[in-house]
Design a protein around this ligand. Sequence first.
Ligand code: GTP
Ligand code: SPV
Ligand code: MN
Length: 601
Amino acid sequence: MTTAETTAPTTNAKLLSFVEESAAMLKPDGIYWCDGSTEEYQVMAKAMVDAGTAMWLNPDKKPNSLFVRSDPADVARVEDRTYICCENEADAGPTNNWKAPAECKELMKGLYDGCMAGRTLYVIPYSMGPVGSPIAKIGIILTDSPYVVANMHIMARVGTAVLDVLAGSEDFVRGIHSVGYPLTGPKQSDLPWPCDAENKYITHYPETREIWSYGSGYGGNALLGKKCHALRIASVQARDEGWMAEHMLILKLTSPAGEVKYVAAAFPSACGKTNLAMMNPTVEGWKVETIGDDIAWMKFGDDGRLYAINPEAGFFGVAPGTNYDSNPNAMESLKSNSVFTNCGLTPDGDVYWEEMDETPESCVDWLRRPWTPDCDRTASHPNARFTAPAAQCPVIADEWEDPAGVPISAILFGGRRASTQPLVIEATDWEHGTFLGASMSSEKTAAASGGLGQLRFDPMAMLPFCGYHMGDYFKHWIELGAKGGDKMPKIFYVNWFRKSPEGKWLWPGFGENSRVLKYVFERCEGSADAVESPIGLMPAEGAIDLSGLDVADADWAELMKVDKGEWLEVTKAIEEHFAKFGDKLPAELSAQLDALKGRLS
Ligand code: GTP
Ligand code: SPV
Ligand code: MN
């Protein structure tokens, strides 16, 4: 199938030559310029249904919603195939894969040559941030995947309105994406999920604001507006221009007295951002509303405070574990107009995933095999995802699209740590907070392929997403702190995932995390007490509201325990981690490490 060719709805010279030159290399059957309309969404859906990529779910269960299963070899981000291609290798730093831009482009051109044969090239103009707002950034994705077009419709603002704002400007990110499965030669007929699993490349050229992706159709590998643009490219722009592009949720917290504070939180992939961003607090009278669930762009306002916007328009959320108990607002958000990828399919044409409210007697699993609750495997892939419009979230904040952003009072860091890390600690100041973020570690999740459960350092949850040298990124944090002074947000470090020696969760998490949010709010306001510990400020006895919560005293003690011996081991690991950054490690951070060692001995 090819979608009817359309003529370019723009006279932008840079854009026209980008499309022309790329098409000469990609050799599609036709070029289609996306207008962003609902009719267009239906055309993409039909293309996917006709190709066997997708099917419509039962409209009585999930109206206007698509069910998609990927190739089993294309189910998550591929960090080992992700490259930052800046001119100097040193600028990519020790945490990124690097290739020289010219050399990498040669390699990519070899793969791209004729790779869209038999397919349509879709041109997607998109805006990260509300169209026309001064903080928004425009990008153009060229893709051969109707799945990418449909998902981009939900995740970003897409179409002709973006071209109107772009007009003749040269300021846009140029993205190319191909699934890498030309319909020529031996591959004459299409597959339900075409990809080139053995040859995936997700490559970034921060200096020329380009993204070239090949071989994968899944998530952050393919929806280039998200991680590739809004984090890897934007983090470089942010460094150059004095702002921050971060892997953070943004939430609005309202106290029973009606006072509002905004909190941002950086947790690694599949570590609880979506859940925290839209939780229903269990603490009486407190309210949480959502601004964003994955990415925050933060800039100084005229008043010297940091203001955050959510550049996205949808949620690309982890499906397994999502239910009316853990995250009712996500369940409400995905009731219609959504895309479900790698979930189970129930006999009545609805989706199923692990820990959903009701378990069906049978279903078809994400690998198209019959599944029953007693069979020894999961119905959904652990990184199965829903794509849902943010506007459908019942607790989306009124100001979620405010171009001015929202002033951030607190930043939370946190990861998945079965041991060592207490429920919550607080930094004594911005530099200490930067140290907490820089030395953050977490057990690997299914959001990226490989190494599940492995503990690794993931500074500020940006390890896979920082588009330049991580040492320079730390320096950027330190410099912004010096600029913002006492107007900078307070910094906390949380851990919802601590376990008992027997392996049971010590903290109920989800809505109960509101108890920690309340404490954070009260610390910002100055009405809750904290006490010093070697690793940071800890809540004073009674400062966290545990009323009505069934946590045994022994479990609470374990949850808050700071074991000096364990922490001395941690300092050795941090020392090794910091050593990777060589002379790019800001002196402030080595001083923080020395001070921590001093407090522990
Ligand atoms: P990305 O979209 O990959 O960036 O992930 P995320 O940070 O938004 O993670 P998400 O909120 O989707 O949570 C991922 C997994 O962690 C889900 O399976 C959740 O059920 C689980 N989870 C989230 N919050 C909690 C919590 O407070 N406690 C526990 N035990 N699990 C949680
Ligand atoms: C993540 O892995 O942090 C995600 C999912 O949010 S993806 O868009 O695939 O990167
Ligand atoms: Mn994420």
